[in-house]
Design a protein around this ligand. Structure first.
Ligand code: SAM
Length: 204
């Protein structure tokens, strides 16, 4: 997976590649799809949600440019796989999931794997997680119609938000860097995610 799907497509950050080698993806995939856990595609999880394609996880993670001392917020815990990868690359990861059943399952997986620097929080991640803000990095793993303002507010100066923005059919992977009271926005390429549902996302 790492050589053929990630390195071959241009993922260069050694720490990201090592983290993706280290985290056993099959433990995050439902038994019915486990034999496809390392395939080059997203896979279904419960509640009609998905675990993202390995390349998408690596690409978004690389865009955060983590060095190891950061506090990171993920919106869209899903299976917990992205959070497990982030836990290898940052000091602490808060990950938010709006569907309690998915949050509980992810919490158990992360605990069973002995990951102690990640916490799963149930709630609407479009509001961010003010009690632990600010964050050096925020990553949203669901597609949003626009950039939720609370997420930009909860970044440190110099922090980065990685988020798919667009229609429900296709989004642009967007990086927003906070510089004082200004932001610098870069569009990295197109992607397709399940909808971000919440106050600053799509309606239910
Ligand atoms: N990162 C996940 C993984 O590694 O398995 C995949 C995320 S899945 C593509 C998107 C997730 O975002 C779903 O589990 C969905 O329930 C969740 N979600 C959607 N809107 C949300 C919101 N406002 N707050 C938190 N989670 C949300």
């Amino acid at each position: 997976m790492v050589e053929r799907q990630l390195e071959a497509r241009g993922i260069k950050d050694r720490r990201v590649l090592d983290a993706m080698r280290e985290v056993p993806r099959h433990l995050f995939v439902p038994a019915a799809h486990r034999e496809r856990a390392y395939d080059d595609c997203p896979l279904p999880i419960d509640e009609r949600q998905t675990i993202s394609q390995p390349y998408m996880v690596a690409w978004m993670t690389e865009l955060l440019r983590l060095e190891g001392e950061e506090t990171v917020l993920e919106v869209g815990t899903g299976s917990g796989y992205q959070a497990a990868v982030l836990s290898k690359l940052a000091r602490f990861v808060f990950t938010m999931e709006r569907i309690p059943l998915l949050a509980e399952a992810a919490k158990k997986r992360l605990r069973d794997m002995g990951i102690e620097n990640a916490e799963v929080v149930v709630g609407d991640g479009t509001e961010g997680l003010l009690e632990h803000a600010p964050y050096e990095g925020i990553i949203v793993t669901a597609g949003s119609p626009s950039v939720p303002p609370r997420l930009v507010e909860q970044l440190v100066d110099g922090g980065r938000l990685v988020i798919p923005v667009g229609s429900s059919a296709v989004q642009m992977l967007t990086v927003i860097e906070k510089r004082g009271d200004k932001t610098i926005t870069r569009e990295e390429g197109s992607c397709v995610f399940v909808p971000l549902v919440g106050r600053y996302g799509w309606e239910r």
